[in-house]
Design a protein around this ligand. Sequence first.
Ligand SMILES: Nc1ncnc2c1ncn2[C@@H]1O[C@H](COP(=O)(O)OP(=O)(O)OP(=O)(O)O)[C@@H](O)[C@H]1O
Length: 794
Amino acid sequence: MFNKTLSIPPELPIYPLRNQIVFPHMTFPLLVQSQGMVPIEEALRRDHLLGLVPIRPEDTAEGLHEFNRIGTVCRITQVFRFPEGGAKVMLEGLVRIRLLSASQRTPFVLASVKVLNDPEGRGPIAEALTQSVKALLKVALAYGRPLPGEVLKMMNQINEPGELADLVAVYLTLDFADQQRLLDTLDPLERLKGIYLLLTAEVQKLQVQGEVQSEVAKRIGKNQKEYLLREQLKQIQNELGDDDPHRAELSKLRRALEDAELPEEVVEVADRELERLERINPSSPEYSVARTYLECLSNLPWNSGTDDVLDIAAAQKTLDNDHYNLKEVKERILEFLAVHSLKKTLKGPILCLVGPPGVGKTSLGRSIARAMGRKFIRISLGGMKDEAEIRGHRRTYIGAMPGRIIQEISRAKANNPVFMLDEVDKIGQDFRGDPSSALLEVLDPEQNDSFTDHYLDVPFDLSQVMFITTANVMDPVPAPLRDRMETIRLPGYSDEEKLQIVRKYLLPKQLNENGLQDYPLEFEQDAIFKIIREYTREAGVRAVERQVASICRKVAKEITQGDVPRTLISATDVDPLLGPRRFYADAASEEDRVGVATGLAWTETGGDIIFIEASRMVGKKELILTGSLGDVMRESAKTALSFVRANHAEFGIEGDFFEQSDLHIHVPAGAIPKDGPSAGVAIATALISLLTNCPARRNVAMTGELTLTGRVLPIGGVKEKVLAAHRAGVTTVLLPASNSDHLQEIDENIRNEVRLVLVDSMEDVVAEALIANPLVKVQSLLSDSPVFPPNPLH
Ligand SMILES: Nc1ncnc2c1ncn2[C@@H]1O[C@H](COP(=O)(O)OP(=O)(O)OP(=O)(O)O)[C@@H](O)[C@H]1O
């Protein structure tokens, strides 16, 4: 330690020191090159005292830039000279000095200096600080900060704050700026405070390092332990051999996963899960959850599909063999196949077959799959309310399973089946989510190449699947879903078409199914028409097929009872075989009545005729509407009434007819909900018939939306309605003139049997529908000339 009695001469040789700070009490070696030896030699000549002053950035190469700065006076304790010049000089720091002025600058700086001894005297703050620094030093030591034992001992003995600060500064890892600052701080308390802060930071750093290290050590320990255990487990499993059912099961699963050609990201998941499975106790429930999941992954056809039959002619033949007519759908399928044969990576289109029940939507899907050589899958969405049915449950749920889409694809074992989603219009929605939004992802060609089932939790490519949806009506299908599908309408069959279908398809099928293939049973044309007209009333052919099947069964029974087998079913045989007729093509053949008009409705079971009844009674201007009418239909009734009231004179109706009466409009069958604006014309006709007392023609059916001014606006489902009218024996159908384009949809033979009249206004309707045209009556009263030209006939 520096002896304060040692006197420092007022002038000292100065050695400028680069990148290093020398503190008092510091012992250190200094390597000096030959050209730097001059001040050393000078010091050795004098009293071995040398001033060391740190060089700052602003100092020039020649020497110190300015004086009045702090340095340290050092004693040279030893010099080891090198043969080639230069030396290693051992130095001991003594005390701070301030450079005052230079008496010489070359060949070395000789400067007058002022010794800066720390001021004497300690107070309670100095005491507390000293204790804190010492305590911190102990903590640093505990965290592994290396500190020579004798230094620590020395530090413990020091009670001077400045001295302690200088000593600690030597042993702390500080950057140059911090060191410089400590050297320049002359107030010992301030210096110790600075040291305290730096030491605190150092201790914190050591603390964090210590924590990280112990964590790393812990992990390494755990990994090593796991590794050892796993090795032991392998050893035990080897000893047990494949007889161990658990092990055999695992290796079977591993092989299955390898064979499944999983995509890269799925391999990762499967490996992780398999590794986990190896560690779980086979009797735990967790084990069976993990195993079922892996089995599900291995069963999916990630990369395997069937080869498409791209022979268009063969495909057409298959389609024609299965279904009569349906040109539009067949054409669309063939187009798809044609494009597919040119472009191999074609994404599956989404067709939506819309039509009444029994028109062959489902069987068409099966036939498309056959024509393309693909597997066929069908699920019914009717009443589906839970999103999880489409997308599956997360594995965290007990008994979780993949959704129907993934389940069915896994069952089909091909990633490119024809996938039929039946009854999209019946899809529900409740608190368990909205299945239609999940369907959106399934059906969107842009997204479905990475469809993620909640259970699988890895994407599965559905882009090669050909989705076909079916619906009875499009209205309930959510718009975004409708948007993604290409709609093809199957409006229903005429009697003629049904006859062909029965002859060519249903009869051979039923003969076969009922074991009559070896009996030459034939149906006369009239017999088939009788079945169609008197035993069924439908747009499709399901009921006809049922009746034909029923006859086949009865014939089969007769044969087994030993009767002579029939060869022909004629119209007269139908009654005894099927019982009394069920329907009368009558509806329209009944008597014409006042206040009853024949309307046409379009329901999800196809078209239908409805009779709209109007009646008047004493009352207070009330319009009573019954028959489960929807809001739109109620409004059409009000519009019709307003039209009649506004134009009463034109029809020869008294102006005050509503003053003291109630009007009641009823649409049977009352239990079936009905809606839509297309009954407006028929309601108005019923009212006019009632109020003019002119019976309405029963066999004239009408459809069209009525405006307040009496214009007739277009409606939908023309073909279905005309077919229904034809089925019911209607001879004339009144259609809005704006629907004229739709007339070409209607078959020639129907057009020959049903007179189709295009109407523009209510006047046209009345002229056709009422037995005696009230307009003509009114006009003839006014003048003799007829007002309306004859109606156009189509
Ligand atoms: N054009 C046709 N040619 C031959 N058979 C047909 C034709 N249309 C329907 N069929 C037959 O009618 C029966 C009923 O058809 P399908 O079950 O496909 O009706 P659907 O339209 O799917 O009815 P739903 O809407 O009730 O599901 C099937 O046996 C089918 O083969």
